[in-house]
Design a protein around this ligand. Sequence first.
Ligand code: 5GP
Length: 187
Amino acid sequence: MNTDARLYQDLEGILYSREQINEAVCRIGKRITEDYEGREPVMVGILKGASIFFADLIREIDLPLSIDFMALSSYGNATRSSGVVRILKDLDRDIVDKDVLIVEDIVDSGLTLSHLQEVLATRGANSIRVAALLNKKLSDQSRKKLVPDYCCFEVPDKFVVGYGLDYAQKYRNLPDIGILARRIYEK
Ligand code: 5GP
């Protein structure tokens, strides 16, 4: 899909192109490979937003890793986190003594992931870290409950879509990351 495709007309602008995303994903894949040398991390993809990032990231990690997925309650069609985490799909395997790396699309307040980390910490993992595609820069930093250990980009406090991130289940298939035009979610 190129940038004159119909879906792009709902964007205020493109933040990161597919080439920039690819470069950043390779960069953090390399860092994870170095940091987890000698270990066999369990990569946990958070459905559905992280699916595309997850698929690209694990192929840049040169380790004997395993994968699993979780689905958490989402915003519905709203644009802010409720802070309440409901597990819609849990891990298939236990994580006792495992090095868990949660792969998420975007950290906004960090409420979702800090709650998830607390839940997973009770299950006996050796370590739990977070790799996020995006980390939102908030004007009120006291709202930030978690900073990802690995992150591709810092983004402004706007509603972003593409490369897996949706609005009302749409725009996940945009190959780039863009800011959704306000008229789309304010109508
Ligand atoms: P938090 O709990 O960190 O405030 O919110 C994290 C979740 O909110 C993300 O996993 C994502 O589903 C959703 N979210 C937060 N900001 C955005 C955004 O700008 N765009 C999209 N598509 N989802 C967002």
